[in-house]
Design a protein around this ligand. Structure first.
Ligand code: MRU
Length: 358
């Protein structure tokens, strides 16, 4: 399996996604601050991968903290949560993962027997937090595989599927969300040809999606971002599937910039538009997609390509990293808990109730 991120005895090891597809090199994060840098610099990226990375960052920070009392460690934990949460604003998985570890940490603090020394309490907390981060890693892969099983039957038995950005093994702990569905369909015998939008300006489609699908022997061609409409019109695309960074309670979906345009084109041409995302991407506290914070990234990503300046000096630049696809363009949302259909405000509320009842 593609080693996107991995807990090791030395720290958290990341496949450096900024160097793909030409170099397969690794970055070792030995502190939670390193993990924050790895997330901010997009050495690791993709909503589920960012979430688990942050959880591992918290576990690493707790493991390495020089604090000798639980009270001092708690202050460190609050600081770690703050630093990791300030890395990227859109993918809700980041905040979900940090909160899951922080809540567990405080539960563990309350649970420690009074007769233990501070050092013994800290050691027990460290072990349990690390185990939780590793559990989140395993759960993420499991969720991707389950989404794959649910989603595969929605894809054509034979045909071409368009995807945007990278929602694959590289964006998760393994297997992928949207690409996991494609992988599962191929494993089930569907004859699928993938079109990957190049996904300017960061080129997640051209660099990452194409790399990982070819790695698995899945037929893939890269399209420039302005080409899919023409191919849809010619009947060359049978389905679209993408991942998501945050899904609002009404079913509006935030994903990589350009996703919205693809969804409108798909609707115009009567092509199903699917979103695959784990339940940790759902943000029921955000009622409407317009309330999802959209990351604005550096102008340099647009002005330069491979270090070469592409735009005239003094030119204005826009670089929103994500956009919101209104729920009315989404045919179905595939999660590891089942497939959601419109009206999403109802189907999502019902799934939330089921999750809470567990
Ligand atoms: O800026 P990125 O590369 O982190 O954006 C990633 C995406 O938009 C993905 O489509 C999304 O996170 C879903 S990943 C399973």
């Amino acid at each position: 399996m593609i080693p996107t991120l991995e807990w090791t005895d030395q720290g958290v090891r990341f496949l450096d996604q900024t160097k793909l597809p030409l170099e397969e090199t690794y970055v070792l994060a030995t502190s939670y601050q390193d993990v924050a840098t790895v997330i901010r610099d997009m050495i690791v990226r993709g909503a589920p991968a960012i979430g688990v990375s942050a959880a591992m960052g918290m576990a690493l920070g707790i493991q390495n903290s020089p604090s000798t009392t639980v009270a001092a460690l708690s202050k460190d934990v609050d600081e770690m949560a703050k630093v990791l949460a300030a890395t990227r604003p859109t993918a809700v998985n980041l905040f979900w993962a940090i909160e899951r570890i922080r809540v567990l940490y405080y539960q563990l603090v309350d649970k420690q027997p009074a007769n233990l020394s501070e050092a013994e309490k800290i050691e027990r907390i460290r072990e349990e937090v690390r185990a939780e981060a590793l559990r989140m890693y395993d759960e993420d892969i499991e969720a991707c595989k389950t989404m794959g099983r649910f989603g595969a039957e929605l894809l054509p038995k034979e045909g071409t599927v368009l995807t945007h950005c990278n929602a694959g093994a590289l964006a998760t702990c393994g297997y992928g969300t949207a690409l996991g569905v494609i992988r599962a369909a191929v494993e089930a015998g569907h004859k699928i040809n993938v079109l990957a939008d190049e996904t300017r300006p960061y080129l997640q489609g051209a660099r990452l999606t194409a790399w990982e699908l070819l790695h698995d022997g899945i037929q893939t061609s890269v399209l420039c971002d302005n080409m899919s409409g023409a191919l849809m019109r010619k009947g060359r695309i049978q389905a679209v599937i993408v991942g998501s960074d945050r899904i609002a309670a009404n079913g509006d979906v935030a994903n990589k910039i350009g996703t919205y345009s693809v969804s409108v084109l798909a609707k115009e041409h009567g092509i199903p538009f699917y979103v695959a995302a784990p339940w940790s991407t759902v943000d029921m506290a955000t009622k409407h997609g317009d309330d999802i914070p959209i990351e604005e990234r550096s102008a340099y990503e647009v002005t330069h390509s491979n270090g070469k300046q592409m735009t005239p000096d003094g030119c204005g630049i826009e670089n929103p990293a994500f956009d919101v696809t209104p729920a009315k363009y989404v045919t179905a949302i595939i999660t590891e808990r089942g497939v959601l259909y419109p009206p999403y405000d109802e189907s999502m509320r019902a799934m939330e109730a089921a999750v809470k009842a567990e």
